[in-house]
Design a protein around this ligand. Structure first.
Ligand SMILES: [Zn+2]
Length: 215
């Protein structure tokens, strides 16, 4: 097997592992993404790690610092507001487009995700788990929109939002409010009501901005 063929096989999983390390905060914002060090940490060759780092840069989860190499991106107070204000509009659009296209199976999947989120609220906040569940919920909705331009843009914005290291995601009160907002989006989608779905999705992200300001 050539190195390239190996990279093709290993690529997606190395990328997923690296993305998880970044989103869970194990690799903190600003941490160097050294290809040799990560290759030995993950027990893989350098080529898939190099590709994964490039993918993270494309997604906005990493940045290339001249003369210093790639680092995990830092999303500060100013950036998180920019990311969320754009996300509010695009999330609204995704929910409206999804409302018109959702199947019974999609709704069942979303309902099941919501149930897992509710269950998770009983546990103490776990940033990695909460991130995973939130991303899964929003990813499922935007995938239902069938709009690939939108799906690509939102995937980046949402991942970047989770790089923010304030207590926006982990504060217990915030987790409960976010869950209720998710439920309202789901109820609008269940009714197939595009305008309500857009309003609920926008309100969720505006809620995140409000909670950011209220500290
Ligand atoms: Zn959410």
């Amino acid at each position: 097997m050539t190195d390239d063929a190996g990279a093709a096989l290993l690529g997606p999983s190395v990328y997923r592992q690296l993305r998880q390390l970044v989103l869970s905060g194990e690799l903190e914002p600003g941490a160097p993404l050294s290809v040799p060090a990560l290759a030995s940490r993950l027990g893989v060759s350098r080529s898939p790690v190099r590709e994964a780092v490039q993918q993270l840069i494309y997604e906005g989860l990493a940045v290339n610092v001249p003369h210093a190499g790639a680092r995990v991106a830092v999303v500060d107070d100013a950036q998180i507001r920019n990311v969320l204000s754009v996300r509010a509009v695009l999330d609204g659009l995704a929910a409206a487009e999804a409302a018109a296209r959702l199947t019974e199976a999609d709704l069942e999947k979303l309902g099941a995700l919501l149930a897992v989120q509710e269950e998770n609220l009983r546990d103490i906040p776990d940033a990695a788990r909460d991130t995973e569940l939130d991303l899964e919920f929003h990813t499922s909705i935007r995938d239902c929109s069938g709009n690939h331009t939108l799906i690509g843009e939102l995937a980046r914005l949402e991942a970047q939002a989770h790089l923010y290291r304030g207590d926006l995601w982990t504060r217990n009160r915030n987790r409960h409010i976010a869950f209720r907002e998710h439920r309202r989006i789901f109820e609008a989608l269940e009714c197939g009501h595009a305008i309500d779905a857009r309003t609920a999705a926008e309100a969720h992200v505006h809620g995140l901005i409000t909670r950011l300001d209220r500290r």
